[in-house]
Design a protein around this ligand. Structure first.
Ligand SMILES: [Zn+2]
Ligand SMILES: [Zn+2]
Length: 254
């Protein structure tokens, strides 16, 4: 599916996504629960396609739908009761612009793996339960982000390829990549919701507080050390840092 037809398709169904997102948000109650739920859905979706319970077109459409609905639900959770409808409208172009282009590239890549037989529907030789989702394949070395600081993205790609992780070339590793669309971005969109509320409330400053564990990258530490900055001057968690969707910095406003 090309980007223009995908945008056309999702735009037509926007209000449907909004109402699904409201249901999902009220079922999930908070962002960590939403994230957990979506990790489970990532596995279920990939498993469903692998076990031939659905055709490619359905897999593709479901992944696109769930990615958008999950992001919208995260915004709702971040917004709370402060005019959620208006803020959904405002976040919609951000969500579509952020998520749809990489998602379509990812889907096209998955399709080439299927067409070339790298991924075979019906192949159950690897069990999803053997994988720690968002971890790595069994036996792979868990490299801390500190050790990756001086490695460029291309080298990270090669490293991941060596470890057979994050490549989507096995069904379980595909599920891990799917969850990076369905689950991990919920944190960033939750923050977007909070940002929009803080903007309405007239806060003048913001600061980005890094989670100071060993997984925190130098970019996040750098934002953290900048302290209070004018409102809107700092990127949202997951933006402008090499943790990407796995960033767990939070933003404070005053
Ligand atoms: Zn970071
Ligand atoms: Zn961070």
């Amino acid at each position: 599916m090309d980007l223009l037809s995908a945008i056309g398709m999702v735009t037509k169904r926007r209000s449907d996504f909004f109402s699904q997102a409201k249901t999902l948000a009220s079922k999930s109650k908070d962002q960590p629960t939403l994230e957990e739920r979506m990790k489970g859905e990532a596995i279920a979706l990939v498993k469903g396609y692998r076990d031939k319970l659905m055709k490619w077109e359905e897999y593709e459409r479901t992944l696109i739908d769930k990615t958008l609905v999950s992001a919208l639900a995260a915004v709702i959770l971040g917004v709370g009761t402060d005019k959620p409808e208006q803020k959904l409208e405002k976040s919609w172009p951000v969500i579509v612009g952020d998520m749809l282009p990489p998602l379509l590239t990812f889907l096209a890549e998955t399709k080439t793996y299927i067409d070339s037989g790298v991924l075979r529907p019906g192949d159950q030789t690897l069990d999803f339960a053997d994988y720690d989702l968002l971890g790595a394949v069994p036996g792979a070395v868990d490299i801390g982000i500190d050790e990756l600081e001086n490695i460029n993205p291309k080298q990270i790609g090669e490293l991941e390829a060596d470890q057979q992780r994050a490549q989507g070339k096995t069904w379980p590793s595909l599920a891990e990549r799917v969850s990076r669309y369905l689950a991990t971005p919920t944190f960033s969109f939750f923050n977007l919701g909070q940002y929009m509320v803080s903007q309405d409330q007239g806060f003048k400053e913001m600061r980005r507080v890094a989670k100071r564990d060993k997984k925190c990258c130098i970019d996040c530490k750098q934002y953290d050390s900048m302290g209070w900055q004018p409102f809107g001057e700092l990127p949202m968690p997951g933006k402008g840092c090499r943790c990407y969707d796995r960033c767990r910095c939070f933003i404070e406003y005053r």
